[in-house]
Design a protein. Structure first.
Length: 295
């Protein structure tokens, strides 16, 4: 009824800034764009051998979990991964299964980790997406590099960013919900905690006692517990696969759950959203949803 598509539409070329703002950003609609990054050297250069040569022994931040779920609800906690500092080549050994580990490893530290931790790779992509920067009148707040195992899963959440998600190799699998599905998506407050590795190599969950509780979504959209969360049956998820060389425009405030093929490499650009009437609408919807729960 709000004009959301039944499937994610494809564009065969990158749009003009005006076209993109008018047709996609302003109405807050996602799309997959082909031929937007076909000129990137990274599409051909970013092999494992090349990454070993260029980044190699450099120590980087890697998220490590026992189950593949970083920043997710587990055992009634909002559990964050162990942020392990390790040589990038050791991480590649694990991804390539040259070294076995019972744990799941994922380079997923956001905070513009491409420019902060992997500046050697920026020249193979772009520091921003010019037509998006012109459309929004700003540069991205962050440019992030993603590489990990297929067991690494991003739990359902939303961001306050206009997100251009570019797949360099492999595939990403997105499950999306528009902001209007908020009344059907459960949020609860959870004690934040972090995975810590014990001396015997096992993980323990340690509470972050100095921080406030975190609102998060406990539901797994791939296997929803409709007895516990019956309202979710009214939600309308969209699913799409973003392949190598493609770019997903993920609008601000859209809920998304993400999986990937093993060793998938991606780069995404976060542009801060406009806190305009769309944001006010979402805040109203959020408040009404919480109020109805208390009645």
């Amino acid at each position: 009824e709000l004009g959301w598509p039944e499937s994610i539409p494809y564009l065969d070329r990158p749009p003009s800034p005006l076209e993109f703002y008018r047709e996609w950003v302003s109405p807050n609609k996602p799309c997959i764009i082909r031929n937007a990054i076909s000129h990137w050297p990274a599409l051909k250069k970013w092999t494992s051998a090349y990454l070993r040569e260029v980044v190699g022994p450099k120590v980087v931040s890697v998220a490590v979990t026992p189950n593949g779920y970083a920043d997710a609800v587990f055992q009634d906690r909002f559990v964050m991964p162990e942020e392990r500092q390790m040589p990038f080549m050791d991480f590649l050994d694990i991804v390539e299964k040259k070294v076995t580990s019972p744990n799941v490893f994922y380079v997923q530290k956001q905070c513009s980790n491409l420019t902060e931790e992997f500046p050697e790779l920026v020249c193979d992509v772009q520091p921003d997406i010019p037509w998006m920067s012109e459309a929004l009148g700003k540069k991205p707040d962050a440019v992030n590099f993603w590489l990990g195992e297929s067991a690494a899963v991003t739990s359902l959440h939303k961001d306050h960013y206009e997100n251009l998600y570019c797949v360099v190799s492999g595939e990403k699998y997105f499950l999306l919900h528009p902001p209007s599905d908020r009344p059907f998506i459960p949020y609860e407050l959870y004690q934040p905690a972090t995975y810590h590795v014990s001396e015997d190599g096992s993980f323990e969950i340690v509470d972050e006692k100095t921080t406030e509780k975190v609102p998060w979504i406990p539901l797994d959209p791939l296997n929803p517990d409709l007895e516990l969360y019956p309202q979710y049956a009214q939600a309308k998820p969209l699913q799409c696969t973003v392949k190598a060389g493609e770019m997903l425009y993920l609008p601000s405030l859209w809920f998304h759950h993400v999986q990937q093929s093993h060793g998938c490499i991606a780069v995404n650009y976060w542009y801060d959203m406009e806190y305009d009437i769309k944001y006010s609408y979402y805040q109203l919807l959020d408040c009404l949803t919480e109020t109805v729960k208390m009645l």
